[in-house]
Design a protein around this ligand. Structure first.
Ligand SMILES: [Zn+2]
Ligand SMILES: [Zn+2]
Length: 326
């Protein structure tokens, strides 16, 4: 009893490391402490772990501990609340197991899983109908990235001929994503209004949307990187000069986009098709000359004006030159 008191850490309220090394998590009758917890408490723990995990291994390590955890870890309640980072599998690690796990999360009602698997099916495996249906499943539950991705598909007529472009449908989806605060959707809508693309031209309103997109971007980045901004850490302050010339750090792409970047970085597309030149996007063309080109250099290709604006601020503004005519 004296030994326990000496090793108890009064600040942390938990046994010290030396004490933990000597005392196993077992009772005098040899049961593991976790075995004594009822299922609903263990489930609550897994829901918390799954919804806050930063990478798949955080979650998998917990689930793989024992047979009971394997069963409780894939309970539909846990899967429905798992974060996008929990199933952010790398393209090189893609497997039937990863596919089944994402599908189970989607079936459990996880909109992030539906969106991620939808993007993978649509672009990586060319299963256009299945991919679009999964994205629609997320979009119908007001998942802003899914609404925006479906808008890009409508604007570009992705997966079909250019005659099936639906500009009005694209603007409608974009407007819904913008209403939910999706920055790229607000920016895209601003450009559509300025150009009269799929909607009546309204330059003033378009400019207002572009200002709003930049203001939201500034706010998001400042809140995420406040320490770097305050300390003036130039290493972390790479990027972002948005439409109005701010120099700010870049926000992290969605796991679905990171997967596409990895996937098409390793595998060659049909040489006639190109991948969006914005490094945080990864969307490939689904037919020749689907994407818009930079009107100055005619070298860079973008799936959307949102990606073009981001890549411009990422550094293309320094490299963009008109082609040399011989
Ligand atoms: Zn793009
Ligand atoms: Zn250019």
């Amino acid at each position: 009893m004296k030994t326990r008191r000496r090793n108890y850490n009064p600040v942390a309220g938990a046994p010290t490391t030396s004490h933990r090394k000597r005392v196993k998590l077992t009772t005098s009758i040899g049961h593991n402490f976790f075995n004594m917890l009822p299922d609903d408490i263990v489930l609550s723990i897994f829901i918390k772990v799954g919804s806050t995990a930063d990478c798949p291994s955080d979650f998998v390590a917990g689930v793989s501990t024992c047979r009971r955890f394997k069963t409780l870890g894939v309970n539909s309640l846990v899967l429905s609340k798992a974060s996008a980072e929990t199933f952010a599998v790398k393209a090189g690690n893609w497997s039937e197991f990863a596919h089944r796990f994402l599908q189970r999360c989607s079936d459990a009602g996880n909109v992030e899983a539906s969106y991620t698997l939808g993007m993978i099916q649509f672009y990586c495996f060319q299963n256009r109908r299945i991919g679009a249906a999964l994205m629609a499943k997320a979009a119908i539950k007001s998942h802003a990235p899914a609404l925006y991705s479906l808008a890009i598909i409508q604007f570009n007529g992705s997966g079909g001929s250019k005659n099936i472009k639906d500009l009005i449908g694209g603007v409608t989806l974009c407007a819904r994503a913008a209403f939910l605060g999706h920055i790229d959707a607000i920016r895209e809508l601003g450009h559509c209004l300025k150009d009269g693309y799929g909607i009546g031209k309204n330059t003033v309103e378009g400019q207002r949307f572009l200002i709003e997109a930049n203001a939201r971007e500034l706010s998001t980045i400042c809140s995420k990187h406040s320490s770097a901004l305050l300390s003036g850490d130039r290493k972390n302050l790479h990027l972002l000069v948005s439409d109005f010339g701010f120099c700010l750090p870049c926000s992290r792409s969605h796991p679905a986009n990171r997967f596409l970047v990895d996937w098409f970085g390793d595998r060659r597309l049909d040489p006639a098709l190109r991948v969006c030149c914005y490094g945080g996007c990864g969307r490939p063309e689904t037919r020749v000359n689907e994407f818009r080109r930079c009107s100055v250099c005619s070298v860079m290709n973008y799936c959307s004006r949102g990606c073009q604006a981001r890549d411009w601020t990422m550094g293309h503004n320094k490299n963009c030159r008109p082609p040399v005519r011989l």
